[in-house]
Unconditional design. Structure first.
Length: 166
């Protein structure tokens, strides 16, 4: 039951970000629109990666064997795509950041809260990637926890960045 709630929350987050970005943040610049598209695709890629934690959590906590087996199959295929999705999402985020800093930085200022929260999110993403590299080199409980905590902190900073008004 909890996994249905989680899937509904994910769908609402994706639809909510799309509505918020496209309806409540209009802009005429083609570069800003391209930056928005890059960010929207990156949101989807990072959402898939962040959801891996919750899939593993449901596998550990559920009592239903059928749910465990199904989620284990999904998790196995997702693990193969975890690093490529992270690299693709990071590339899109860097392009998004460059385009938005180039176009919006001159208009609203490079010290504006929206851009500062973007800088903080990008720094946390770099820490998350570093933690992922450490975990891939040698798996340990501390490295797993470090990667997980940095990823969830990145997700929180990203949501703050998304909701920060211009």
């Amino acid at each position: 039951m909890a996994h249905y709630v989680w899937m509904i929350m994910n769908a609402l987050l994706v639809m909510g970000t799309a509505v918020y970005i496209w309806l409540f943040r209009p802009n005429d610049s083609a570069a800003v629109l391209a930056g928005k598209w890059l960010a929207q695709v990156a949101v989807l890629l990072f959402l898939v990666n962040v959801n891996m934690y919750f899939i593993f959590l449901v596998i550990r906590k559920t009592k239903t064997r059928k749910v465990k087996v199904t989620l284990a199959r999904i998790a196995r295929s997702m693990m193969k795509a975890h690093i490529p999705l992270a690299v693709a999402g990071t590339s899109l985020i860097v392009l998004h950041g460059a385009m938005m800093a180039w176009k919006l930085g001159a208009v609203i200022g490079f010290g504006h809260g929206k851009l500062v929260s973007g800088y903080a999110s990008l720094a946390m993403l770099a820490i998350t990637l570093f933690a992922g590299v450490l975990r891939r080199q040698k798996a340990s409980r501390w490295r797993r926890t470090f990667h997980l905590a940095s990823a969830l902190l990145f997700a929180g900073l990203f949501l703050l960045h998304l909701c920060w008004p211009i």
